[in-house]
Design a protein around this ligand. Structure first.
Ligand code: FPP
Length: 254
């Protein structure tokens, strides 16, 4: 790391410093928001309260990254495996997502956020699914932060669906096998017009990707912090960015 990089890496991302001005380009940050229930356990609170605090943490971060002109933020809110949690927790989370759409959408839209939901949305409760579609439609022309929320998302399922669509095109004679490239596969994923993440942050300390953006993460830098999601402040985010700025990205080259 040279001196210039070190200086920039040690500076927090402030609203006056756009992400383009940073030493290492940063367009897309993806986050695994883990540790809500442990946060509640540690405070002696009902576990589900941890998820409510998780929403507050996300709101704080969206404001921060919007002000800092980050282009893309993708958060993992509910995985295709999360249905295996207790029914009470699943119901609570679905209600929480509905509440966020009802009470937070206007402010997000005012701040220019373009919302997209990625995942198997048809598998979400029907009423919520309609709300998700409306939120995407209402914000689709917004020019600010492009925010993706992964809901009923699983990367293996996403890749499997993409392979199925490509195979159908080959079978129908519209595509030859030699036209199957990494770019073509990317173009069949939920994230088709979104650049791959530069940085993936995981809170809560676990060292795994948990079926999140496996294809898209090929060259992403990983940052894991023990900080639990409800405690993940803008200052913690800036710490992750400072560490990212000090990394050397080689994409498999020298
Ligand atoms: C992981 O913590 C978190 C979740 C499964 C839910 C994430 C949801 C939110 C942060 C709510 C806000 C999201 C939106 C989009 C409104 P965990 O339950 O696995 O915690 P643990 O690791 O302590 O058990």
């Amino acid at each position: 790391m040279d001196r210039t990089q070190k200086r920039i890496a040690s500076q927090p991302l402030t609203s006056s410093q756009s992400t383009e001005e940073r030493a290492l380009p940063l367009t897309h940050v993806a986050i695994i928001m883990d540790g809500n229930r442990r946060w509640a356990d540690r405070k002696g609170l009902p576990r589900l309260i941890g998820h409510k605090e998780g929403v507050k943490s996300l709101k704080r971060l969206v404001k921060h990254v919007s002000a800092a002109h980050l282009d893309f933020l993708t958060v993992y809110a509910f995985s295709s495996e999360n249905w295996q949690r207790g029914q009470d927790e699943v119901d609570y989370l679905m209600e929480l997502f509905s509440q966020v759409l009802k009470y937070e959408l206007a402010e997000l839209a005012e701040n220019g956020v373009r919302l997209r939901f990625i995942g198997n949305l048809a598998g979400m409760p029907a009423q919520l699914n309609r709300g998700l579609a409306a939120a995407m439609e209402d914000t689709k022309l917004n020019q600010g932060l492009k925010m993706q929320v992964a809901l009923n998302y699983g990367s293996r399922l996403e890749i499997t669906e993409a392979v199925g669509k490509i195979a159908a095109e080959v079978q129908a004679g519209r595509l030859s096998c030699s036209a199957i490239t990494p770019e073509l596969i990317s173009a069949h994923l939920y994230t088709k017009d979104i650049p791959d993440p530069d940085l993936i942050i995981r809170t809560g300390g676990e060292m795994r990707l948990s079926n999140y953006l496996l294809w898209q993460a090929a060259y992403a830098e990983l940052y894991v912090t023990a900080v639990l999601w409800p405690d993940f402040t803008p200052a913690e985010f800036d710490r992750a960015l400072a560490e990212y700025s000090a990394r050397q990205r080689r994409y498999g080259g020298d």
